[in-house]
Design a protein. Structure first.
Length: 202
């Protein structure tokens, strides 16, 4: 799940989180912890139109997720609802995913998953509220099933906070026929750092 440990426990070691609540995706990796400059970069990309940061962030993600990239057959961003996309004019996850696909020479499928439910923003929500907020929020349209059926999909997002969003996307992809799903994000909110009441915890 991309959780850093204090030292190397050896190959195949699983975190308590992964054992207690196995995710619907196979593996998750992140380039950086969500703090300091990394937090500023994420917020710049997401809220301040700093799409120029995406190629730099994507390169860091490629290094951190090299094992996922090696197995990936198609790259899919976490989609925005069309109303939020219309308001923001771009999808920060798609900016990252497009650059990753280009740098890794992988197929890019930006419309393979659709956000069919307009969810409220996850900021300020606790773990269970986040899970409920994105439940059944995503689907693979019939016309894009061919892009992911039988393939190992790499889902790209900007931040892994509690994993609720990428888990919901992974479930939709597997329901749509994906053989497996991996998750690559730029930043990861570390276990113990998540505070639903923090305004800037994404």
């Amino acid at each position: 799940m991309g959780t850093p440990f204090s030292h190397d426990f050896g190959a195949g070691f699983l975190s308590a989180e992964a054992i207690a609540n196995p995710p619907p995706f196979s593996r998750a990796r992140a380039a950086v912890a969500y703090s300091g400059v990394a937090r500023q970069m994420v917020q710049g990309l997401k809220f301040n139109d700093r799409t120029d940061l995406a190629p730099w962030m994507a390169r860091w993600m490629l290094r951190a997720g090299s094992e996922l990239i090696a197995d990936a057959e198609v790259v899919v961003p976490v989609p925005l609802h069309w109303r939020r996309f219309f308001w923001r004019q771009y999808n920060q996850s798609a900016e990252l995913a497009r650059n990753i696909a280009r740098l890794a020479a992988l197929p890019y499928a930006p419309t393979a998953v659709r956000r069919i439910k307009r969810t409220r923003q996850q900021i300020g929500l606790g773990q269970r509220q986040r899970e409920e907020n994105v439940r059944a929020a995503f689907a693979v349209p019939d016309e894009t099933e061919i892009e992911i059926r039988g393939r190992r999909v790499l889902v790209v997002d900007d931040v892994y906070t509690t994993g609720a969003t990428v888990a919901a996307v992974a479930r939709a992809l597997k329901k749509g026929g994906a053989s497996a799903v991996d998750v690559l994000t730029f930043a990861r909110v570390l276990p113990g750092d998540f505070r639903p009441d923090e305004a800037d915890t994404i």
